[in-house]
Design a protein. Structure first.
Length: 293
């Protein structure tokens, strides 16, 4: 089967007479790139992919493109720590500590994301809008299945009750579909709206299959058949570069750099987010300091 390679997109609109914010994210290509870079096992792809989708939704609310946001999930599961970061331009990157960790399927035949993530631990969000006072919010993990954990975070740390559905469908060809759906009642929404949100979310228990079948816009139309919507691309893009690493090496100072060169014969810097290693042999590293003087 040929996999579609459309760009990941997030679609947002207001529904039910403006009482609820709806966002649908098709993150299929984003998750495929994460798999390509990190060699993720199926359950690792599901855990990291769900986290990247939810983090992209959080980033979509940032007011400036240069604003940044990161999510760290520290659970007691086989996958270790899960880290995802992004910015207001929806440039996303992420990794998990044990990308090759695999687990048997659950009794219902689904990937054991909760076992990979861990059912005990914390979810922490750090948001920096550039004003020098980052916001930090933390909540306890509920299930390790990611969607429930983000929903608990929204309620505990943001005081915004938000219904969250996340999915990653993995087959022999890799990621077949991935995405998220978010229903957030706006301030002043009554009890009937909250009950309606709960009822509607029951339709999206197989979200990744719906995205595979209908695409992101098709899923959005299930709740917003005629409303206009905003659409923005979401990309896997890391901030690291060889030029940035050069500046980092110079910031070490010549004495520290010479110590590393004596011990290692080179200076290596590894970026966990995109699984890229930068190497500088002695001659090149020393030339950086000569140029800076």
């Amino acid at each position: 089967m040929e996999l579609h390679m459309q760009e990941s997109m997030i679609y947002k609109t207001l529904i039910w007479d403006g009482a609820v914010s709806l966002a649908v994210l098709d993150s299929t290509s984003l998750v495929r790139e994460a798999i390509r870079r990190h060699g993720l096992s199926p359950v690792a792809a599901a855990a990291l992919g769900r986290t990247m989708s939810a983090t992209a939704y959080l980033c979509s609310w940032l007011k400036e493109e240069k604003s940044t946001l990161s999510v760290t999930i520290c659970g007691n599961g086989a996958g270790g720590k899960i880290c995802v970061a992004g910015d207001g331009g929806l440039n996303m990157r992420g990794f998990c500590e044990n990308p090759a960790a695999d687990l048997p399927l659950r009794a219902d035949g689904k990937l054991d994301v909760g076992g990979f993530t861990g059912r005990s631990g914390t979810l922490t969000v750090i948001r920096d809008d550039g004003d020098g006072i980052p916001f930090v919010g933390t909540s306890e993990l509920v299930s390790g299945e990611i969607a429930e954990d983000f929903s608990a975070y929204f309620l505990a740390s943001e005081q915004r009750p938000t219904a969250v559905a996340l999915g990653v469908k993995v087959g022999a060809e890799g990621c077949l579909a991935a995405g998220g759906l978010f229903l957030q009642p706006l301030p002043g929404a009554g009890e009937e709206i909250l009950r309606r949100v709960e009822r509607e979310m029951a339709r999206f228990t197989r979200l990744s299959s719906l995205i595979e079948e209908k695409g992101g816009v098709g899923v959005l139309r299930m709740l917003a058949p005629s409303e206009s919507y905003d659409a923005r691309p979401v990309r896997f893009r890391c901030h690291c570069s060889r030029e940035r690493i050069r500046s980092l090496i110079v910031s070490l100072g010549r004495e520290e750099a010479e110590s590393i060169l004596r011990d290692e014969g080179k200076i290596s810097v590894y970026c966990h987010y995109c699984n890229t290693e930068y190497e500088f042999l002695a001659e090149e590293a020393r030339a950086l300091f000569d140029a800076a003087e």
